[in-house]
Design a protein around this ligand. Structure first.
Ligand SMILES: [Zn+2]
Length: 478
């Protein structure tokens, strides 16, 4: 089975989060009542004229620069003609022969792999409306709110060699785009959509095999699953001597299979014409340079800086930069408490665990850096044990209150006071005479057992360091 190589290319459609649509002044907002954000331009009424939104242009250039692409100075829009009810004009405004950017790349780095995926092109276009089929009523409804939403289409070269690599590329791309703040990248809202091309070829061959086009995948996991399904299908077909036909397939996430798109839907015969309403123009290189100068720090740059500035290792810094808000939270904490390694540990361990369990994002937690740092200090100063500290964090997030208040009100502070501990220690020694005898004979490692017993009785509140001293002293004196 391993004599074949997998070849994958991806097309991502990204909705840019501009305030208004790409060619008119309608609000670019998700979740409004049907057909409430529409005007003659986005409805394609006769006589209406599109005007390019400069913010959409800026975002597209910013994204392209972050993808190390060449910005093409000549800007031209074309009409991609096809008739479909979600597209009232009968054509979609897109860019055909002069995309805004070409020849870029994205470094795809995961915990243990690294690859460079080349970006073939990135172009601007408008989104179409949304059809809803009401089978019961026997009719279809259309919502034109989405028409004219600015999209950036990012197309890779066929450089991706496995479904896992496709998955890693998408995550890395999304992370970079989130750092740029130009899209919410929310796949559930359709802000980020992905189509894939996949084929196989004998290892060593340079010609491409016949490809399948995959559509309708609504999560990165679905992209990976659909690609895995197709790679297996292609290999089985090749081994059994069958022939792959080029076709467009839809992914059925529930059944976990691909199904051919009906040929009617597939029969695209796009004709492109330059759009006469949008006059081509050239970009001022100084404008592009100014956007280049304004590029924010990107994930990989931030990771390098975290390693250098805070002395973090590869793994810790990678975890921290994997989410922009978490990386910013880390830096806020590091300003308040000069112990970056401990902060990194508390974020990548207990905090991320809470976030995963609650299926939320950091900003939902209403956790301030001050409170989080106070918790870490309480543990570092021995006020609570590491174990209790994790419970305090859970309580902080449940109750939205500070670490200090929770520790105080809950009586969770570590008991370091000798007299209070002595009572429990004596109890445990009395209950475990044979262990006590061993310790008296000099078996120092038996102390651990008694420490554990006292910890249990004190519900984790005893200070373990203090305890082993105390136990040894009580036994040798007793
Ligand atoms: Zn409009």
């Amino acid at each position: 089975m391993s004599q074949f190589e997998t070849v994958i290319g991806l097309e991502v459609h990204l909705q840019l989060s501009t305030a208004t649509k790409i060619f008119c002044g309608c609000a670019n907002r998700y979740g409004c009542g049907p057909n409430t954000n529409v005007c003659p331009v986005c409805l394609g009424l006769p006589g209406s004229l599109p005007v390019l939104n400069s913010q959409a242009m800026r975002y597209a250039i910013t994204a392209s620069l972050a993808l190390n692409a060449r910005i093409n100075g000549f800007v031209k829009f074309d009409r991609k003609n096809y008739y479909y009810p979600d597209l009232p004009k009968g054509y979609q405004i897109s860019q055909y022969d002069f995309p805004i950017a070409s020849d870029g790349y994205l470094e795809v780095k995961t915990k243990d792999t690294s690859a460079r995926v080349r970006i073939k092109r990135a172009h601007l276009e408008e989104d179409a409306g949304k059809l809803m089929h009401d089978n019961a009523a026997g009719c279809s409804l259309v919502d034109y709110n989405r028409t004219g939403t600015p999209l950036l289409e990012i197309v890779t070269e066929p450089d991706i060699r496995s479904p896992q690599e496709a998955y890693d590329y998408l995550n890395t791309l999304k992370l970079n785009l989130q750092y740029l703040g130009i899209s919410d990248c929310d796949m559930e809202k359709g802000s980020l959509r992905c189509d894939a091309n996949v084929s196989i070829r004998p290892i060593g061959a340079t010609a491409f095999g016949t490809k399948a086009e995959l559509k309708n995948m609504n999560s990165f996991k679905a992209v990976k699953a659909a690609l895995e399904y197709e790679v297996t299908r292609h290999r089985q077909m090749a081994i059994s001597g069958g022939r792959i036909v080029q076709e467009t397939l839809l992914w059925d996430d529930i059944k976990g299979v691909t199904v051919p798109m009906r040929s009617k839907e597939e029969a695209h015969d796009y004709r492109y014409f330059p759009d006469p309403d949008l006059v081509p123009f050239t970009l001022d290189p100084a404008f592009v340079d100014s956007l280049r100068a304004e590029l924010p720090e990107l994930p990989l740059q931030k990771q390098e800086r975290f390693k250098e500035q805070y002395g973090l290792n590869d793994y810790d810094s990678f975890i921290l930069i994997s989410d922009r808000s978490i990386s910013e939270f880390f830096e806020q904490c590091a300003l308040l408490y000069q112990n970056p390694k401990n902060i990194a540990n508390w974020i990548s361990g207990p905090l991320l665990k809470e976030i995963n369990q609650r299926k939320c994002v950091l900003t939902d937690l209403k956790l301030t850096s001050e409170n989080f740092v106070n918790l870490i200090k309480s543990v570092d100063n021995g006020v609570v044990s590491n174990l209790v500290g994790k419970d305090v964090l859970t309580a902080m997030l449940d109750q939205g209150r500070s670490a200090d208040v929770i520790i105080q009100e809950g009586g969770w502070a570590q008991v370091s006071d000798d007299s209070a501990l002595t009572v429990i220690v004596d109890e445990v020694i009395a209950q475990n005479p044979s262990v006590a005898a061993q310790i008296k004979e000099g078996k120092a490692n038996a102390v651990g057992f008694l420490v554990g017993q006292v910890m249990k009785k004190s519900k984790g509140k005893a200070n373990p360091k203090k305890l082993s001293e105390l136990i040894t002293r009580r036994i040798s004196n007793g």
